[in-house]
Design a protein around this ligand. Structure first.
Ligand SMILES: Cc1cc2nc3c(=O)[nH]c(=O)nc-3n(C[C@H](O)[C@H](O)[C@H](O)COP(=O)(O)OP(=O)(O)OC[C@H]3O[C@@H](n4cnc5c(N)ncnc54)[C@H](O)[C@@H]3O)c2cc1C
Ligand code: SF4
Length: 478
């Protein structure tokens, strides 16, 4: 360990964000990565605690004590190589991961954790700048052909891993661009789309084929796909949004968050979206749902010129600090104030929208009630309406950001009669194989809506299983 007393000498620091007044005028990335000197200092804070709970907290098991130390010593190329052992795309997680690792950092038990995410981003961006990130072209091809359905982080990780051991991989994507929710969910101000293009460019050079505008089960027969490929990996995501079927749901001006964000992402990319245009200028916008998707809707609505943005969450306001329900080293589910929240949103907790009110078929207001959470006889949380708490709020546009229920069943899932789990996700065994021999599944399509880092974990794990299934053994790490 280079700097044994670094954690005593230096304070936690994260990169500054662009000033609010400036950034809300555009969709450029908010976060500016830290200069090398500051990354080194954060690396020096890692205290060689002995048991790296950070690696345990990270779904892909990144080796933070190693790369923190290398960064501290200025050995950035070595740090990049160590990071690449466990992560295919640190440039995605370095931008959008909630940093599960930092929630488990030993320093965080009674102080501020190491800024691991900043170090990760600093290492990978330096690696790109210095041209250390090169196509990893396999020397020998196995002759096995694999179809990956879906090009989100799970599909991309699966493809990168399977290609690295010499299989011929084709990724199919129903949209016009590669990236899944990285492309058409997460806004540019969190993840600039050039970051995805930069990586796809490398993957193409590695030999991976990408076929866009190809909806498997519709544009390409599902059973034919099984005949054309030695193995198929389904990474189609969790794509059916949870609805709010209350009175007035059919009024105009009520959108699913994911449709809205896809429209904005296309608009920002310069595509012709005139037919699906959504005008937010001067409007009172209500975002229903207090999670990350809801937060992305806030930042986007503000950039689109909304007058007021409300965010209603049915669950209680989380505590500011860890409490007994989330002891270290568990990830602290504390109150999160995102950059979008900082830009201006009226946030309410314990509030349930019960009616959409409209005139001439268009939404003009909503009705909501306050709720409180008690425990039922079996100790489960139970929602109780607060008497006389009904409010009416003038609203011109609603974005439903209440998560996703499961993947689309129409198409390949029904065509192959795949077994589902009790939540409607694609069932797969411990080797990620579905109920059909040779067909595997990973990512949100299998585990339900989750995080980019979990999608990458699933992509690495499924690739290991597929390689073993096809070759009888595998050198992939999973
Ligand atoms: C708005 C929003 C913001 C988010 N922000 C964050 C964040 O900040 N940090 C974080 O960690 N996570 C975030 N998430 C969650 C994260 O994006 C997902 O967990 C992750 O993208 C799942 O990856 P995936 O590859 O399993 O699926 P997806 O990214 O959903 O990709 C699935 C792809 O499969 C394609 N597909 C589906 N069916 C077919 C078919 N039949 N044929 C061809 N293609 C098909 C879809 O079009 C899609 O492109 C966010 C999610 C949303 C909705
Ligand atoms: S992927 Fe996420 S949890 Fe893992 S090291 Fe990076 S920021 Fe931390």
């Amino acid at each position: 360990m280079g700097k044994t007393t670094g954690f005593k000498e230096y304070k936690r620091e994260v990169a500054t964000d662009r000033p609010i007044k400036e950034r809300i005028k555009d969709y450029k990335e908010i976060h500016i990565s830290m200069p090398d000197e500051k990354i080194k200092i954060q690396g020096a804070r890692c205290m060689d605690c002995g048991i790296p709970f950070c690696s345990w907290g990270c779904s892909i098991g990144n080796l933070m004590p190693d790369f923190n130390d290398m960064a501290y010593k200025g050995e950035f190329e070595k740090a990049y190589k160590r990071l690449s052992l466990t992560s295919n795309f640190p440039e995605f997680t370095g931008r959008v991961c909630p940093a599960l690792c930092e929630g488990s950092c030993t320093l965080g038990a009674n102080s501020e954790p190491v800024s691991i995410k900043e170090v990760e981003l600093g290492i990978i961006e330096k690696a790109f700048k210095e041209n250390w990130v090169k196509p990893n072209i396999p020397k020998v091809r196995t002759g096995k052909n694999i179809a990956v359905v879906g090009s989100g982080p799970s599909g991309l990780t699966t493809a990168a891993e399977l290609n690295s051991v010499g299989h011929n991989v084709t990724v199919f994507e129903r949209h016009d661009k590669i990236g899944g929710l990285l492309r058409y969910g997460i806004p540019d101000f969190k993840l600039d789309k050039s970051v995805i293009d930069r990586r796809i460019n490398i993957m193409e050079k590695e030999g991976i084929k990408f076929k866009v505008n190809t909806n498997i089960g519709f544009d390409y027969d599902s059973n034919q796909l099984l005949k054309d490929f030695d193995s198929v990996v389904l990474c189609g995501g969790s794509t059916v949004p949870r609805d709010l079927p209350i009175e007035g749901r059919n009024l105009k001006g009520i959108y699913f968050a994911v449709d809205f964000l896809r429209y904005i992402n296309k608009k920002v990319a310069g595509k012709d979206v005139s037919k699906e245009a959504i005008d937010l200028k001067g409007k009172n916008v209500l975002v229903i749902g207090g999670g990350d998707t809801g937060s992305d809707c806030i930042g986007t609505s503000i950039r689109e010129g909304a007058e007021n943005v409300y965010q209603y969450e049915i669950m209680p306001k989380p505590p500011i600090k860890r409490d007994e329900t989330m002891p270290w080293p568990l990830f602290p589910r504390t109150l999160k104030t995102t950059t979008s929240h900082e830009e201006g949103a009226i946030r309410e907790w314990c509030i349930e929208t019960i009616k959409f009110i409209g005139e001439d078929d268009k939404i003009t207001a909503i009705e909501a009630v306050k709720v409180k959470w008690e425990k039922d006889d079996s100790g489960r949380p139970m929602k109780v309406e607060v008497p006389k708490s009904k409010i009416t709020q003038k609203i011109d546009l609603v974005l439903i950001a209440m998560g996703f229920v499961h993947p689309d069943h129409k198409g390949i899932v029904e065509d192959l009669n795949l077994k589902l789990d009790n939540r409607g996700n694609v069932f797969a065994d411990k080797n990620y194989m579905t109920s059909v021999e040779g067909v595997f599944s990973a990512g949100d399509m299998r585990r339900g809506q989750s995080l980019v880092v979990w999608a990458m974990n699933e992509g690495r794990s499924v690739a290991k299983s597929v390689d073993k299934y096809l070759m009888g053994e595998t050198s992939l790490r999973g």
